[in-house]
Design a binder for this molecule. Structure first.
Ligand code: HEM
Length: 208
């Protein structure tokens, strides 16, 4: 709110100033809603990508042959495909997608009443054997077309292309700059973020 008030007094060339000029001054949004939008963007934009980079690094270190392909390939399509498979395989948004039913429904044989809240489990969808074979293993060469790591429908991730750019820059560069990168502790000792909205690791001790 402090930042929103500051931008109301002294606008700049930034998102919050634009939301104030184009939405608050027209009466569409309250200043509190602009602050909340900022918070959502910050968390949705940082937590997800940061965790995806940490967890993808761990996953690649555990799959050295596939890490070597990501490190050595000069074909952007190969790297792009690897990133999509990591997004699918790791499905870090887990069950952060919630929806309220507007009407009575039956989903997968399960009755859902109007007003019920449904938590959608993304790993279950992305690892569904009817979606792909051996979905529980990482295969950076396979087609992942149709994966749901960024959700689906009206609320599908608006930062997904930024996330793809960040991952495409970070992962191959990390492996190239530190070719001897390896875990500094046994994988069983890596602390996973199993109770947080975005799955990942609390820390990833490495050496090179
Ligand atoms: C690997 C990185 C990311 C993953 C896995 C991810 C995942 C998701 C998922 C699954 C949703 C859908 C939630 C729903 O349907 O209720 C979502 C929504 C959203 N994401 Fe991302 N995201 C990532 C990166 C980003 C980045 C970089 C930004 C912004 C810079 C961002 C901003 C948002 C916002 C604002 C929404 C809400 C959209 C809406 O409700 O209409 N995300 N994200």
């Amino acid at each position: 709110m402090e930042l929103v008030r500051r931008k109301q007094r002294d606008p700049g060339d930034d998102l919050i100033s634009r939301l104030i000029a184009e939405r608050v001054e027209t009466g569409e949004l309250k200043p509190e809603e602009v602050a909340m939008n900022g918070l959502v963007l910050l968390i949705a934009g940082h937590e997800t990508t940061a965790n995806m980079i940490g967890l993808s690094t761990l996953t690649l270190l555990e799959n050295p042959e596939q890490a070597a392909v990501v490190r050595d390939s000069d074909d952007p399509k190969v790297v792009a495909n690897a990133i999509e498979e990591l997004l699918r395989y790791l499905s870090i948004a887990q069950d952060m997608i919630w929806r309220a039913a507007h009407e009575d429904l039956v989903i997968g044989g399960q009755e859902v009443k109007a007003g019920d809240i449904i938590a959608v489990n993304l790993p279950a969808a992305n690892h569904d054997p009817s979606f792909m074979e051996n979905a529980g293993s990482l295969d950076i060469a396979r087609s992942t077309r149709g994966h749901l790591a960024f959700g689906y429908g009206i609320h599908q991730c608006l930062g997904q292309n930024l996330a793809r750019v960040e991952l495409t820059e970070a992962l191959p560069q990390l492996l190239r700059r530190l070719p001897g990168l390896r875990l500094a502790v046994p994988v069983e000792e890596v602390p996973f973020r199993s109770t947080m909205a975005a799955f990942g690791v609390h820390e990833l001790p490495v050496t090179w």
